[in-house]
Design a protein around this ligand. Structure first.
Ligand code: 13P
Length: 295
C-alpha cells in the first residue's frame, strides 16, 4: 500500500482533500470505514488526545491494522491536536501514521522549538507530522467580530507561516482561516477568509489542513480545496449523527434489566442505526472533498 505522503502529494496535485474523521469507539470506526469501502477514498482516522486516551493508542493502531488488512484500503491514523512532544512520541511508538502538534497557544518560537523536536523524532520512524500556526476557537462568538468576520488575532499570519516553515520541516500545516471547532448552536456559520488562504498557499509548497470542518459552508470548502487545502478534519458532525441516532434508538425502549434477550438491551441491534448515521455523514464528506476513487 502507498504511504500517507504519497496521498498528500496526490491530493495537492489533483486538488482534492483527504478527510480526517475522528472517533472514540469501534462503532464510529465501523461507520467511517463502511463509507470508505463504498467510495474507495484514502482516509485518515483521527483521535484527539482525549479520544486516544479513551480508546487506547495501541488499540487504535490495532483497529487500523485490521481494517487496512481486511479492506486493502489506504486507511491512516492521526493523533490530532497533541499538546506535548511526549504524548506524540508515545503515539509514534504505538504505530500511528501521523501526529499533529498543536502549539497554537504557545508563543511562536516555543511552538517552533517543540515542533522541531516532534519532527526529528517522528521522521526517524517515517511518521508524518502536521504543525499548526494560528489559533482555532471553539467558541464562535469569541473568535468573531460582527458580521462573522474572524478576529485578526485568530487568523494565521503569512509572515508567521514563513518564519515557522523556514525552521520546521512539517509535512502538513494547519492554518486558521475562519473555521472553529464544533457547530455554533446560535447558528453562526464560519465565514472563510479565502483571501488569506490564497496568500498563504501562493508562498509555500506545504500541503494545508482545514480544521473545524463541521458546519462550514459547502461552497467555501470547495473553494478552500482549490486554494491549497489537502486535508479536512471532521469530528462534531460524526459525534452529532452518532449520538442523535443512538438517543432515538434508546428512547422508545430504554434498556431494562428485565428485558433479557429483548432488542433494547442488545447493543448490536441498537448500535446499527448510529453506525449507519456515521456512514452517511462520512460518505457525504468524501464526495464533497473529491476524494472518492482516489486510491
Ligand atoms: P469539527 O469538530 O468542527 O468537525 O472539527 C474537527 C477538527 O478540526 C479536529 O481536529
Amino acid at each position: 500500500m502507498k504511504n500517507l505522503k504519497h496521498y498528500l502529494q496526490k491530493a495537492q496535485k489533483e486538488k482534492f482533500a483527504i478527510g480526517q474523521f475522528n472517533f472514540s469507539d469501534w462503532s464510529q470506526v465501523k461507520g467511517i470505514v463502511a463509507a470508505n469501502q463504498n467510495l474507495k477514498a484514502p482516509i485518515i482516522l483521527g483521535t484527539s488526545e482525549g479520544e486516544s486516551r479513551f480508546v487506547g493508542l495501541q488499540e487504535a493502531v490495532a483497529m487500523r491494522n485490521v481494517l487496512r488488512k481486511k479492506t486493502g484500503l489506504p486507511i491512516f491514523l492521526n493523533l490530532d491536536h497533541g499538546k506535548s512532544a511526549e504524548y506524540l512520541k508515545e503515539a509514534v511508538l504505538a504505530g500511528y501514521d501521523m501526529v499533529h502538534f498543536d502549539g497554537s497557544k504557545l508563543p511562536l518560537d516555543e511552538n517552533i522549538k517543540i515542533s522541531k523536536e516532534v519532527v526529528k523524532f517522528a521522521h526517524k520512524k517515517g511518521v508524518v507530522v502536521e504543525g499548526e500556526v494560528g489559533r482555532f476557537g471553539t467558541d464562535a462568538s469569541r473568535i468573531y467580530e460582527e458580521k462573522f468576520e474572524i478576529k485578526e488575532e485568530y487568523l494565521t499570519k503569512v509572515e508567521d507561516v514563513l518564519h515557522y516553515l523556514k525552521q520546521v520541516s512539517v509535512d502538513l500545516l494547519a492554518v486558521s482561516i475562519g473555521t472553529f471547532h464544533g457547530i455554533d448552536i446560535s447558528g453562526i456559520s464560519p465565514n472563510l477568509r479565502l483571501d488569506r488562504l490564497q496568500e498563504i498557499s501562493a508562498r509555500i509548497k506545504t500541503p494545508l489542513t482545514l480544521h473545524g470542518g463541521s458546519g462550514t459552508p459547502i461552497e467555501d470548502m470547495k473553494k478552500a480545496i482549490q486554494s491549497g487545502i489537502c486535508k479536512i478534519n471532521i469530528n462534531t458532525d460524526i459525534r452529532s449523527a452518532f449520538v442523535k441516532s443512538l438517543k432515538k434508538a434508546l428512547e422508545p425502549n430504554p434498556p431494562s434489566a428485565l428485558a433479557g434477550g429483548g432488542g433494547e438491551i442488545t447493543p448490536y441491534k441498537y448500535l446499527q442505526g448510529p453506525i449507519d448515521a456515521v456512514q452517511m455523514v462520512v460518505e457525504e464528506r468524501i464526495k464533497l472533498f473529491g476524494s472518492e476513487n482516489k486510491i
